[in-house]
Design a protein around this ligand. Structure first.
Ligand code: TXA
Ligand code: MG
Length: 534
């Protein structure tokens, strides 16, 4: 279909848009939060077109938009007695209220739930169009499902051109993130999605409210979502997004430790420290960040970046809404670089005796983090798995299980492929490693040790105060590998040859332990542990 583009300031736009909507069509309209893709909320066939155009999962209900309070009683079982106070304070504006629905609301809108979400937008164009229609409008954000929500008519065009009947261009949306969603169907009321109206403001009217834990974190496997929209990866650009918490110094160091192109999505004034960056507002200004965030996520793609590391916003006030959107765009990958215990790296060629050194350090209160096992865990994460399937073929997953041998044969077939594997897995391995550092700190460990055979290829080096490298004669290494893994001399030699040289390891390390005798190695390690913990 050909999409018609209308300007909100044209006098006859509301009547043209209303005409399309009355005929059961779909029109993207501006609101003060984000652009919405509207259809007649009381017409299931029209509503079905919204789901089709967006590619939206059928179990994700829509918000019903009204422009006056008298439109509400027919839509609900009973008007909640707290609604007038909420309406008085926040409507028209960025608040959505959920109540038990009436039979008038089609199942297509509520996605089979017994509740309905209602909002009264303040944008004059939205209000005029609803008024001209004479019926309420169901309208989700006007993006393709999963993509960042649109805050300009051009964003709608990018995602939905040719899939919807019309777009009303009303300029840039003021708030920039979607409305706050609160349900009055629970006691106390529960905040399901943070937005332009903050939890504190809601409590001034409602008293104590719950905040659904899905606002901050991923739902547990199999857990039912109060708000179906909260269970999906969402708001995501094509680029891989990771949220980074902690000071600017650590953020900068961490980004610069990567030897691939990364876009720094940072606060105003910080971008000059990076080659590639986009700033998303002042560090302390959540309103500006909310206004900019979706546009910035789209810009990451427009500029062709494959990876973005985003500075974590404050979660105070409207900041909670910014955090909520970012953590979803990052598929919940957040790396918190804010820890106080010292971190060491432990590396060396295979068979050199790293594990003996690790054992000894553990006795002195060093927490050993085994990155090999974290790497195995990382490839099981749904996000990483889907990136790997895209890169190496759907058949690497068979019967829901990763075929590690097949993945290895493809991923290590060329340097280029290995790079792709690393790029897909490193952020998750790093996240898991940093999680372990925090756990070590919590449990009272004196230091954390990142035990990694390929430490130097990873940005984790930047977290290390010192790097300890264990070396041993090739003959001794050969014997150990054969014994440990039960393989032939030729196979063991092959593994050794596939690794970097001893000089490479030594030149990049701070402390070298030459392992020629077990007892001597233990003694040396004890000495190092004592010195480091002084
Ligand atoms: O600001 C906004 O709210 C924008 C503009 C266009 O009004 N709309 C919007 O709609 O963000 P949408 O569909 O992208 O998000 C609606 C959210 C989803 O997370 C959905 O699951 C939730 O509201 N929702 C809708 N009806 C619900 C219900 N009955 N119970 C629980 N959650 C509901
Ligand atoms: Mg949406």
């Amino acid at each position: 279909m050909k999409t018609l583009y209308l300007k909100s300031e044209n006098e006859n736009t509301p009547s043209i848009a209303a005409g399309i909507l009355k005929d059961g069509g779909t029109v993207a309209i501006p609101t003060e939060t984000v652009y919405g893709l509207a259809a007649n909320a009381l017409n299931p066939e029209a509503v079905a077109k919204i789901f089709a155009a967006k590619g939206r999962p059928q179990d994700n209900p829509l918000i019903v938009h009204v422009q006056s309070l008298d439109e509400i009683p027919p839509l609900v079982e009973k008007v909640d007695e707290r609604l007038p106070a909420l309406a008085e304070r926040f409507w028209p504006g960025p608040l959505t209220v959920i109540m038990k629905k009436s039979a008038l609301v089609p199942d297509a809108v509520s996605a089979g739930l017994d509740t309905v979400a209602i909002r009264m937008p303040s944008h004059p164009a939205a209000r005029e169009i609803i008024k001209a229609c004479g019926f309420p409008l169901a309208a989700p954000s006007a993006n393709a499902s999963g993509r960042p929500s649109p805050t300009r008519a051009e964003h709608v065009k990018e995602d939905l051109d040719g899939r919807i009947d019309a777009v009303v261009d009303g300029g840039e949306c003021e708030v920039g993130v979607e409305s706050t969603v609160i349900t009055l169907a629970t006691e106390p009321p529960t905040l399901l999605r943070p937005g332009g109206v903050t939890p504190e403001e809601l409590e001034e009217v409602l008293g104590k409210i719950e905040i659904s834990h899905a606002v901050y974190e991923k739902l547990a496997e199999g857990e039912k979502a109060h708000s179906p929209g909260m269970k999906y990866k969402h708001y995501a650009p094509k680029a891989q997004v990771t949220l980074i918490k902690g000071s600017f110094e650590r953020y900068e160091k961490f980004l610069k430790a990567h030897n691939e192109s990364i876009c720094a999505v940072c606060f105003e004034g910080e971008g000059k420290n990076f080659d590639e960056y986009i700033e998303y507002g002042r560090a302390k200004d959540s309103l500006i960040q909310a206004h900019n965030i979706f546009e910035v996520l789209r810009e990451v793609d427009a500029k062709g970046y494959k990876k973005a590391f985003v500075r974590c916003p404050s979660i105070k006030g409207v900041g909670l809404a910014v955090f909520n959107r970012l953590i979803r765009s990052a598929a919940f990958r957040i790396i918190d670089l804010d820890f106080d215990i010292p971190v060491y790296g432990l590396t060396g060629q295979t068979g050199a005796g790293k594990s003996i050194v690790g054992e000894e350090l553990a006795k002195y209160g060093f927490c050993i983090i085994d990155t090999d096992s974290l790497a195995r865990k990382a490839v099981e994460s749904p996000e990483v798995l889907s990136a790997l399937k895209d890169a190496f073929g759907e058949d690497i997953v068979f019967d829901g299980k990763l075929d590690r041998a097949l993945l290895a044969s493809r991923a290590f077939a060329s340097d280029e492929n290995t790079k792709i594997l690393n790029s897909a897995t490193h952020p998750e391995i790093t996240r898991l490693t940093v999680e372990e550092i925090h756990a070590a700190e919590k449990s009272g460990a004196k230091a954390a040790v990142i035990d990694a055979p390929v430490l130097f290829e990873s940005p984790l080096t930047c977290l290390c105060r010192k790097i300890i490298c264990v070396t041993a004669d090739e003959e001794a290494r050969l014997e150990r590998i054969m014994l440990r893994d039960g393989i032939s001399r030729e196979k063991a030699l092959e593994r050794i040859k596939a690794q970097r040289s001893e000089e490479y390891y030594v030149s990049k390390s701070d402390i070298i332990i030459r392992n020629s005798d077990i007892d001597d190695t233990r003694d040396k390690t004890v000495k190092i542990a004592r010195e480091e913990l002084l």
